[in-house]
Write a protein that binds this ligand. Structure first.
Ligand SMILES: Cc1cc2nc3c(=O)[nH]c(=O)nc-3n(C[C@H](O)[C@H](O)[C@H](O)COP(=O)(O)OP(=O)(O)OC[C@H]3O[C@@H](n4cnc5c(N)ncnc54)[C@H](O)[C@@H]3O)c2cc1C
Length: 453
């Protein structure tokens, strides 16, 4: 029996371990708690949810509902256990976290080919088949080993100085392109550099700018966790902190209008919010330099007062936390394999943010590793599905890579589709694409029906 090491008994690691055990592997699952604790986990339980107890929406028309349906159809092991632990929460899948963790433990213990080892893994072996699933709070020793390893991958690819592993995220809000009020924006690069404009610009006049700054100063921020205090970098301050340092600070920082004459008025606006495409299909844009700790409701309220953004739909809102994640576009292959090794990555360490995404990438990495062992090097999830879109986003070139939840902006869109029908068509294409797909080669017709949400 081939042996596989899974490092991390969290959401993605437990999903991967169960998948691989049922595919016939001997699985060594390493979990460092309780010997070594993380700053956010509270128990020694496997698959512990560190914060909210919700896996978010179930409706097909929500991004997380669609993703759940896809992984249910593709044989997720943890999702049915989440349903067994469900507590009432309307259209969402909320769970009793202790019952869920106990269910996961029982499922692992029921497989004689899973050996649970309670220890901290400090080094990786690139020649051993491994799933790396140590999450946003990967232990210090392992993070250092990984740091050295990804630096070597950088050196092998001709860029030894580039960062390959991050310890803190600073996320700016990301908006859906087709929710913007185009008539208020202009496309332009600063000083007209480059062949074609890569940026959309939201101009603000003096009054709008000062209203915005005053709102930022008065707004509520998310309280930093004790282990995150004192971790702000001067080069990456939250916008509300910049606003507090002076009413003009943002106008000389990320909102500087210099080199950005509005072609419609041929005047330089008083201040500008720049939007930069987040993906190749330009369906998502991030607000450049707008990392923030404002509460999510407050971010939406303040930003949607600005003409151009009044109807904006947010694919994700700004955040800043302690978070260990790889520079996935630079170090992972499309199969989530760490370049040049036998290590496949799953969960938050890949930059896929969220509980449902952790289960999904756990399943994906297990299937990709299984395929690699069987010599199917061209393994791909079917195009048009949620997981193909999410993993493509994680591994496509992106100089400002930051963690991302799954959202509709990542799914392929056909330019002939009308704006109103786009989501409906994406859902249809997605459902067609996953039909009959069996990533681990273990499904039966009954299991597919039973798994369907
Ligand atoms: C504070 C915080 C709050 C969050 N809140 C939410 C939320 O409310 N909703 C949401 O959808 N997402 C949330 N996330 C994001 C993310 O979805 C979760 O962190 C999710 O649990 C990630 O799954 P994972 O499998 O990647 O990591 P985890 O579930 O964290 O599992 C990783 C496991 O690896 C173990 N481990 C670490 N290092 C080692 C080592 N060297 N050797 C052995 N074991 C090791 C850890 O103890 C842990 O059990 C939050 C993240 C953080 C940091």
């Amino acid at each position: 029996m081939t042996s596989v090491r899974v490092i991390g008994g969290g959401l993605s690691g437990c999903e991967a371990a169960l998948q691989l055990a049922d595919a016939g592997y001997q699985v060594e699952l390493h979990e460092m708690r309780p010997t070594v604790q993380t700053p956010a986990h509270k128990t020694d339980g496997l698959a512990e949810l560190v914060c909210s107890n919700s896996f978010k929406g179930l409706a097909f028309t929500s991004a997380h509902g669609l993703l759940k349906e896809e992984i249910a159809r593709c044989g997720s092991k943890l999702l049915p256990l989440a349903f067994e632990s469900r507590v009432p929460a309307g259209e969402s899948l909320a769970i009793d976290r202790d019952v869920f963790s106990a269910n996961v433990k029982a499922a692992l213990e029921a497989r004689p080919n899973i050996h649970l080892i309670r220890d901290e893994v400090k080094t990786l072996d690139p020649d051993q088949w491994t799933i790396l699933a140590t999450g946003p709070l990967t232990s210090e020793s392992l993070a250092q080993d990984l740091f050295a390893r990804v630096a070597a991958i950088g050196a092998a690819n001709g860029s030894p100085d580039a960062k390959r592993l991050f310890f803190f995220d600073s996320i700016a809000p990301v908006v859906m392109a087709d929710s913007l009020e185009e008539e208020f924006l202009f496309a332009k690069n600063r000083w007209d550099k480059g062949d074609a404009p890569d940026f959309l610009n939201v101009p603000l006049d003096k009054e709008q700018y000062f209203e915005f700054v005053d709102a930022l100063v008065a707004a509520d921020t998310v309280e930093a966790k004790p282990f995150e205090k004192g971790q702000l970098f001067e080069g990456c301050l939250p916008i509300e902190e910049m606003a507090r340092r002076g009413r003009e600070t943002l106008r000389y920082g990320p909102m500087r209008p210099i080199g950005l004459h509005d072609p419609r008025t041929d005047k330089r606006p008083f201040a500008v919010i720049q939007l930069r495409a987040e993906n190749a299909q330009r369906s998502l844009y991030n607000l450049v330099g707008f990392q923030t700790r404002l509460k999510w409701g407050t971010q939406k309220d303040i930003l949607t007062k600005i003409p151009g953004l009044r109807t904006a739909q947010f694919a994700r809102l700004g955040a800043m936390h302690r978070n260990t994640f790889l520079d996935a576009p630079k170090v992972l292959e499309p199969t989530l394999r760490l370049r040049g090794t036998k290590i496949f990555c799953a969960g938050q360490i890949t930059g896929a943010e969220g509980y449902t995404e952790a289960l999904s990438t756990g399943l994906y990495a297990a299937a990709a590793l299984h395929a690699a062992i069987e010599g199917r090097e061209n393994f791909r999830w079917p195009q048009g599905t949620c997981l193909a879109a999410l993993t493509e986003h994680l591994t496509s070139p992106n100089p400002d890579f930051q963690p991302m939840n799954f959202n509709f902006g990542l799914l392929p869109s056909n330019p002939v589709w009308k704006k109103k029908e786009r989501k409906e068509r994406q859902i249809e294409e997605c459902q067609k694409a996953w039909e009959g797909f069996d990533p681990m080669g273990l499904k039966t017709a009954e299991s597919v029906e039973a798994a369907s949400t």
